[in-house]
Design a protein around this ligand. Structure first.
Ligand code: SAM
Ligand code: SF4
Length: 347
């Protein structure tokens, strides 16, 4: 376990939120990227030959914990560990254990993980022991050849084993699938059956134009209203009022009793009730996934040991959180809306 440094700083009561932006949105949800590296190279996320951050720029595990604790003190109650692939970061379970202690102390309400699942079989029981209850696993296809091609080399069997291991230790698993033209319409039924047979929600996500991946985004882009129409021609869907504070809209499938989510950053903007911010593995705070705004919290942490300085930097950044993104996938072959990749920002 990492050092159990004192609370320091302002320290809000559990449940109170000090992070309120100028539009009155309460920021309670932090997505913390612990690495920009990954064992896969998904075609919508990375280029085949990615340049990763210099190691000196990566936050240490101690710095990641310090940062998380500062956000928790300012009112963040939900923390998602992401990347890159979080489970390839060396000794990452030390960070989970330290953050699990925040759960135990009642300072944090939920600790979750987004993973590609390739290393999940190894870490599922440790995650459960650290207090993780729910995880998202990214899985775009159940066809091993297509999986290998979409991930540029990944083995589907590892992910399926990982999902089994996670479920067997009691983790609730959600499946995330990026909707891709030419693949997902044909894959959707299998993914729905696979997920619902195991009481898992499957959520389809529109591709976002983040970073150059060496693949044409127009070729990949499948608007989710098209996918939904296709699914609806075979399954009986009814809209659910369920909102999780996130961008997904949910439907119930009458035939399975299971749930499908749709995340549509391009066809429907979801910014008005956004309650989340992201920190990259190098400590850059992005208060909006789709804007260039950035505050270097690593620089603040490395120049001062004072928790109050770090909290002030966080507060100042939240105050000017942008109203929303303006993603467009442009038919004229425009460059990506943002130069940074999803794997760097933390999905
Ligand atoms: N490696 C982990 C994984 O794949 O789950 C965590 C990081 S990954 C960047 C987080 C999520 O972002 C994944 O569900 C992935 O499918 C999604 N993602 C990556 N690039 C995307 C893009 N350009 N548009 C939409 N979703 C994307
Ligand atoms: Fe890796 Fe996740 Fe990006 Fe795929 S989506 S390349 S698994 S970070």
């Amino acid at each position: 376990m990492l050092n159990d440094v004192g609370q320091g700083g302002s320290g809000l009561n559990a449940g109170a939120c000090g992070l309120i932006d100028r539009f009155g949105r309460h920021v309670r949800y932090l997505r913390l990227s612990v690495t920009d590296r990954c064992d896969l190279r998904c075609v919508y996320c990375m280029s085949e030959h990615m340049t990763f951050m210099p190691r000196k720029d990566l936050l240490s595990l101690e710095e990641l914990e310090r940062l998380a604790r500062a956000f928790i003190r300012r009112g963040v109650s939900k923390l998602r560990i992401t990347g890159g692939e979080p489970l390839v970061r060396k000794d990452i379970m030390q960070l989970f254990a330290a953050l699990g202690a925040q759960l135990d102390a009642g300072r944090l309400r939920e600790l979750t993980l987004t993973t590609n699942g390739t290393c999940l079989a190894q870490f599922a029981s440790d995650l459960a022991r650290c207090g993780v209850k729910r995880i998202n696993v990214s899985l775009d296809t159940l066809d091993p050849d297509l999986y290998r091609s979409l991930t540029r080399g990944g083995a589907l069997a590892n992910v399926l084993q990982g999902i089994d291991a996670a479920r067997s230790v009691g983790l609730a698993v959600k499946i995330n699938a990026v909707a891709l033209r030419g693949n997902t319409v044909a894959e959707a039924d299998r993914l729905i059956r696979f997920a619902h047979d195991r009481s898992m929600t499957v959520t389809f996500i529109e591709t976002m134009p983040l970073g150059d991946t060496g693949v044409d985004r127009i070729e990949q882009y499948l608007p989710l209203d098209q996918l939904r129409r296709s699914i609806e021609s075979r399954w009986t869907l009814s809209d659910l009022p369920l909102r999780t504070g996130g961008p997904a809209r949910y439907v119930r499938v009458a035939e399975t009793g299971g749930t499908i989510g749709f995340i549509t950053p391009l066809t429907h903007n979801f910014c008005e009730d956004c309650n989340r911010v992201r920190v990259t593995a190098s400590g850059i705070l992005h208060t909006c996934l789709g804007q260039e705004d950035a505050v270097d919290l690593k620089a603040v942490m490395r120049s001062s040991d004072e928790e109050a300085d770090l909290e002030r930097a966080i507060d100042d950044a939240i105050r000017v959180k942008p109203r929303g993104h303006d993603f467009v996938i442009d038919r004229n072959g425009a460059p990506p809306a943002l130069s940074r990749h999803m794997s760097a920002t933390g999905g």
